[in-house]
Ligand binder design. Structure first.
Ligand code: FES
Length: 213
């Protein structure tokens, strides 16, 4: 984990943000940075997730309200990211309730393993590689049955709904990125990001944000 400076270089039409920053601050897919605009009066930092590689930095998933040129204080990379099993050959990326951009960074990693990739989302993603098949959330059950590894992205408040959809006892091998406010990024143990997983309290900012399920 490092501290450093970055800058907003570009905002895309789909609200993704291209950041310029030192290479050691670039998070892996599923990890995050805490970013605070230098001239912001807001005491809380934004959580920034990797979406795609870019020269001199990376493209971050949507979620911030910055403008090009904004100077940022950055801390990270933080937390545990995704880890696709090397034996995976049918990879499902499932954005349950939001943009699929936090999962996009897994596409080149899955292709490197020789896996097929299906993206399940009701939110469109621009400029996907042609080899990625896109399916609506309606196809969730079918794609879960097809896949040998699934990566989910879901808000903490929607976990019960997701659990219901994929079914208790489902043997699916999967990891899940759980989104919640992470104001302290594990520094103050504020507990705002707590989540109950298998009857145990975990901190999303520190034990996650990606968990095995
Ligand atoms: S954000 Fe404070 S403990 Fe997780």
């Amino acid at each position: 984990m490092k501290n450093g400076q970055g800058q907003v270089a570009e905002i895309f039409l789909d609200s993704r943000v291209r950041l310029v920053c030192p290479p050691e601050l670039i998070p892996a897919p599923g990890q995050y940075l805490l970013a605070h605009a230098v001239d912001s009066g807001d005491p809380l930092a934004d959580s920034v997730f990797f979406s795609q590689s870019a020269p001199n930095g990376f493209v971050a998933a949507p979620g911030q309200s910055w403008t090009p040129g904004t100077q940022l204080n950055l801390r990270g990379p933080l937390g545990h990211g995704f880890n696709i099993p090397t034996a995976a050959r049918k990879v499902a990326l499932i954005a349950f309730d939001d943009s699929p951009e936090r999962l996009r960074g897994l596409i080149p990693l899955a292709f490197k393993l020789g896996a097929e990739v299906v993206l399940v989302s009701d939110v469109p993603a621009a400029d996907l590689p042609e080899a990625v098949e896109v399916q609506p959330l309606q196809a969730l059950d079918e794609i879960c049955r097809w896949s040998d590894f699934a990566a989910f992205d879901v808000a903490r408040e929607n976990l019960p709904e997701l659990k219901k959809r994929i079914g208790v006892g489902n043997q699916l091998q999967a990891q899940i990125l759980i989104r919640a406010p992470m104001p302290c990024g594990a520094i103050a143990e504020c507990g705002v990001c707590a989540v109950n997983i298998r009857r145990e309290w975990k901190l999303i900012c520190k034990d996650g944000p990606v968990f095995d399920i």
